[in-house]
Design a protein around this ligand. Sequence first.
Ligand code: KIV
Ligand code: ZN
Length: 533
Amino acid sequence: MSTKPSQDRIIIFDTTLRDGEQAPGAALNIDEKLTIARQLARLGVDVIEAGFPYSSPGDFEAVQKIAETVGIEGGPIICGLARTTKQDIQAAAEALKPAARPRIHTFIATSDIHLEYKLKKTRKEVLAIAEEMVAFAKSFVDDVEFSPEDAGRSDPEFLYEVLERAIAAGATTVNIPDTVGYTTPAEFGALIRGIKENVPNIDQAIISVHGHNDLGLAVANFLEAVKNGARQLECTVNGIGERAGNAAMEELVMALHVRRQYFNPFLGRPVDSEAPLTNIDTRQIYKTSRLVSNLTGMLVQPNKAIVGANAFAHESGIHQDGVLKNRLTYEIMDAQSIGLTDNQIVLGKLSGRNAFRSRLRELGFELSEQELNKAFVRFKELADKKKEVTDWDLESIVNDEIQQTPELFRLELVQVSCGNHACPTATVTLRTPDGQELTDAATGTGPVDAVYKAINRVVNVPNQLIEFSVQSVTAGIDAIGEVTIRLRHHERIYSGHAANTDIIVASAHAYVNALNRLYAALQRQENEAVVVS
Ligand code: KIV
Ligand code: ZN
């Protein structure tokens, strides 16, 4: 029997691994998805949408592994996406079998424009399919979510009818997607209110919302939806996703947290209730954001709300003066509430393996022996170069080491000569997937260009570098530099990430990392993934 969750708190449904991963270049391999899923569980999300099992064997396996290892008793609900077809639903049900609490999320479009041009079906046909496929999903699991895709542009009267039929057929959550990010907050709120007032059996389901950020309104739309009865929010870490992305988890959670008193009455609570509105452990937010950014290669802009590098920085003298007198003059939330601790100096050259391991544990990283050994070697190298190793340095090393890209090509040597009177020249040695060591050299417009040209001469897979960025992890001349790159090969984008105190070395590793992803994809010759918005 499914139990209906209480309506006085907000359910956080995370779709970073499904809709988020649909962002160009954000593709993750199975181990990376597992790493993120474990962190999402630590963060306290209620539901993890782990993928779209029918879309590719890789997605199927990822959902299955996440169901098995993260979807355990006491863990989050694990959800798999399925179109309203029997094959999709069967694949989702099969992949979700190991989960203690599986959910099938099935969807079909309801807007006239989608019916006419995409589905080529009448409203009557869509109604019948929705009803039949929800019932079919229900024959596998108790927990069925139904989405009328492009609800934001659908005729509300038709929407009410579809939702009523889906609930009658067994849907326990009805999700209202603003698929193209078109609605405004007032319109979206009114849409949710209309559903609450006009769908006769709506009290038998949770109302969920899903939205894209094409006009930058996704989070505002969701908050308006909460005021009008939505109790589940579908979001992604850092707001990654298709086109302009999805509603950002950290913004929603912190808005509900910081403005609890404003939202409490809409959830039937006393205004001054201190009980959290979500299950999220907000102190895990910053770490989750960094992990997702590093593994997907999707950088977080410095002025991004909550998790951007400048989100808690006060630059102007007037602000600094005010904050020193009383933080509340210019701060509405404490940096520590998202897990942004002071940049503590924790370890140095003389710190041993145990101190290293226990500090990582305190930071929430549980590494396997092999990962720990690799990370410890990196730490020692860093401690030799840098007197003070901070938490952020540790986090950067670990995130770098737990990247699960297969090391098909391995960078053995990189050497550059450059200067204001020299032609930048690079020599690289790479170990190839069949174990050969190949060396080549190239000149370029600068040292990084020369390194990339030399690497290309060895790897020999045509590609176009479309993004290159360097960020320093901490302040100071000896800071670690994190390099993130994105490259394109036949319309697909691959990202790479690496960290080192030497930014040329980091650049070379990041490039090899991206090329390894590209090479692995070519090797798999994956079946064309079915992509939905
Ligand atoms: O944006 C959308 O409509 C979706 C659905 C599958 C929920 O992602
Ligand atoms: Zn979507």
